[in-house]
Design a protein around this ligand. Structure first.
Ligand code: AMP
Length: 192
C-alpha cells in the first residue's frame, strides 16, 4: 500500500512493513524469541493452541487494585483511565476495563464495548485539553501483536499536525508534568 504525502504532512508509515507497526518489532525480529503460545487465528495453528491465562500480578492489575500509583484521569464502575508513564505524546492515556482481561481476544464483549465508549470520551476530552489536531488510538494483542502489559488497554494519543510520536517506552515523563496533565484531562472529561 502506498500513501500520498501531501505538502507539509508528515507520514510515519510509508511501506507495508513499517505500516504494520514501525515501533513494535514483529516476533520474527532477530533477538526476539518465538512466542511460547499461539492464540485463536494464529497463522501456523489456527485456533488450536490456548492463549496464556490472565496474570493477576500484571502491573495494570496492581494499579487497578491501588497497589501501585498512577496519574488517574477517569474511573467508573467498569473502566479506569490513567496517563501512560512513558507517553508517546503529551496526554497519552490508557483506558482499561476493570474486570480481568488479557486483551481483546478474551475480553467479554460488554466490557470491550464500555472501554470503547470511555476511549471515545477520553479522546474527545484530550482534543480539547491538549489542543490536539487528531488522536491516534492503538491497541495491541499478545506479544506477537506488540503487547507488553497483559491487561487489556487502549492507547489514546493526542496528536499535533506534523509532530511525530516518540518511540514507545522511550522516555519516562516527570511526575509533576503527568500530574498537571492528568488534572487538565480529568477536568475536560468532567466538563463533557
Ligand atoms: P502495550 O502493552 O505495548 O500496549 O503498552 C504498555 C504501555 O504501558 C506502554 O506504553 C508503557 O509506557 C505503559 N506503562 C508501563 N508501565 C506503566 C505504569 N506503571 N504506568 C503507566 N503506564 C505504564
Amino acid at each position: 500500500m502506498k500513501f500520498v504525502v501531501m505538502p507539509g504532512q508528515a507520514r510515519e508509515r510509508v511501506t507495508p512493513d513499517s505500516r504494520a507497526e514501525p515501533d513494535k518489532l514483529p516476533f520474527s525480529a532477530p533477538g526476539f524469541p518465538a512466542p511460547a503460545f499461539g492464540r485463536p487465528g494464529n497463522d501456523d495453528s489456527p485456533g488450536t493452541r490456548p492463549m496464556p491465562s490472565y496474570d493477576p500480578n500484571n502491573i495494570f492489575a496492581k494499579i487497578l487494585r491501588g497497589e501501585l500509583p498512577c496519574h488517574k484521569v477517569y474511573e467508573d464502575d467498569k473502566a479506569f483511565a490513567f496517563l501512560d508513564i512513558m507517553p508517546r505524546a503529551p496526554g497519552h492515556t490508557l483506558v482499561l476495563p476493570k474486570a480481568p482481561a488479557r486483551n481483546l481476544l478474551d475480553c467479554p464483549p460488554d466490557d470491550l464495548a464500555h472501554v470503547a465508549k470511555v476511549a471515545q470520551q477520553v479522546a474527545k476530552a484530550a482534543m480539547k485539553a491538549f489542543d490536539a489536531d487528531g488522536i491516534t488510538m492503538q491497541q495491541f494483542n499478545e506479544s506477537a501483536g506488540g503487547q507488553v502489559v497483559f491487561h487489556l488497554h487502549v492507547h489514546i494519543i493526542p496528536r499535533k499536525t506534523g509532530v511525530m510520536m516518540k518511540p514507545p517506552a522511550s522516555e519516562k515523563e516527570k511526575p509533576e508534568v503527568l500530574a498537571e496533565q492528568a488534572k487538565r484531562l480529568a477536568a475536560a472529561l468532567a466538563a463533557g
